[in-house]
Design a protein around this ligand. Structure first.
Ligand SMILES: [Zn+2]
Length: 412
């Protein structure tokens, strides 16, 4: 072996990438000892629009979630996102919400031996013991309830266990970070009175209140009003990537006081400032390309789904180099330091980011690499289990408890 070759081999062995990408038996053991919970995957779009089969074994499938991938990554519970694109579904938000909910039930019904619908902490634990993937659901965007508190309760009864108060669009009762600077949009300075009523009703029902995507003012209003701990189902740290959708250190500290949890989003632009700037720089051209694609298909009389647009988005995302896995781990570490290790978890945004995830994270099968990276940074097994799912279970349990208390109070 020449000296050069020796140096090359040593460099490879000790480079951060090599370390992060190899999962040691110890890391595997720690990872396997946890109930791993991810609080955000957009796979239901695929179920509904593509007829995607979660039992898929297609090695060329670019999706982040399948039963095999979940099993390989020891994913114990997934909160499937019920996301209704607000422009194309104008006038039938609730209907589309129902269609997406149905798509999750249909997948669970297809694979009763490997997957089960889950509605509680106890269900997640039961699924874990039975070695099945627990399927839960969260609504992403308060527009789904069409300003109707009755619909909110119906969605709870159908199994929805969190609701993100807004998506990127401001609705009639909650401001979003996504359009807060757009003068054409009618804003409310945070939550309206009805919005506050929605939060309190969610507390009573036992539906987790999710503040990902909301404007800063909506966050502060919500944390004041809510009687139960909050979650950010898929949000990262603004100190590391300056996106208005990410959380400031003050917000992280407020979540600590509230007893809630921030589930880190894996999207490259939310975890890495360089990637965010590169994505921002191409935004105008990218949006124009998507618009052109849509116009062409509409002119040809073809129906456009979100996934058709996603194909174009993917091509553009692939032009920016993927950030290192370190960027994702830095976010977990930052939130663990600022909010505390009891207040951070995983909210991947799998199947919702046009393939733009950090190096090494290509699907749920790669989740053990996160455990490895946390061990490499000196995190102990106990803390890692909290991050992987323990913290979310605690908060979900608290939310269930507050619901019982509020309901008991009403009966007296
Ligand atoms: Zn989202």
């Amino acid at each position: 072996m020449t000296l050069n070759r020796l140096l090359f081999v040593l460099l490879f062995i000790f480079s951060p990438i090599a370390i992060a990408q190899t999962v040691t038996p110890r890391a595997k053991a720690v990872h396997e000892s946890a109930i791993v919970i991810d609080t955000h995957a957009d796979t239901p779009q695929r179920f509904l629009d593509e007829n995607y089969d979660i039992g898929s074994t297609d090695p060329n499938d670019h999706g982040h979630i399948s039963l095999d991938k979940a099993q390989a990554g020891n994913l114990g519970a997934e909160f499937f996102s019920i996301w209704v694109e607000p422009t194309t579904n104008q006038g039938h938000f609730a209907q589309h919400t129902l269609d997406l909910i149905d798509s999750v039930y249909e997948e669970a019904a297809r694979y009763p031996d490997r997957m089960m619908m889950a509605y509680s902490v106890a269900d997640i634990e039961r699924a874990h013991k039975a070695k099945k993937l627990a399927a839960l659901m969260g609504i992403e965007g308060g527009h789904s309830i069409e300003n109707d508190i009755h619909l909110l309760r119906d969605f709870y009864r159908l199994g929805i266990r969190y609701m993100t108060l807004s998506w990127s669009n401001t609705n009639e009762w909650a401001d979003s970070s996504g359009d807060i600077d757009e003068p054409k949009v009618q804003h409310h300075n945070g939550l309206t009175d009805f919005g506050k009523q929605v939060v309190l009703e969610m507390n009573r029902l036992g539906m987790m209140v999710d503040i990902s995507h909301v404007s800063d003012k909506t966050f502060w209003d919500t944390i004041t009003v809510s009687k139960a701990p909050l979650i950010a189902s898929h949000s990262s740290a603004r100190a590391l990537s300056h996106h208005p959708r990410n959380m400031t250190d003050e917000m992280l500290q407020a979540v600590t006081k509230n007893g809630g949890v921030v589930q880190v989003n894996f999207y490259s632009a939310f975890v890495d400032e360089n990637y965010r700037q590169a994505a921002e720089a191409q935004k105008k051209d990218r949006d124009a390309a998507v618009a052109e694609y849509v116009a062409q298909h509409k002119a040809a009389g073809q129906r456009i789904t979100y996934l058709d647009q996603d194909r174009v988005e993917r091509e553009w995302a692939a032009r920016i180099p993927r950030p290192p896995l370190k960027s994702l781990i830095d976010n977990i570490d930052h939130i663990a330091k600022v909010a505390g290790v009891d207040h951070v978890g995983l909210g991947s945004d799998f199947d919702g980011v046009s393939g733009a995830t950090p190096q090494g994270i290509d699907s749920a099968a790669d989740l053990p690499k996160i455990t490895q990276a946390l061990l490499d940074r000196g995190y102990g097994a106990e803390d890692i289990r909290k991050i992987l799912g323990g913290n979310l279970l605690r908060v979900f349990g608290e939310v269930e408890k507050v619901s019982r208390q509020l309901t008991a109070g009403a009966q007296r």
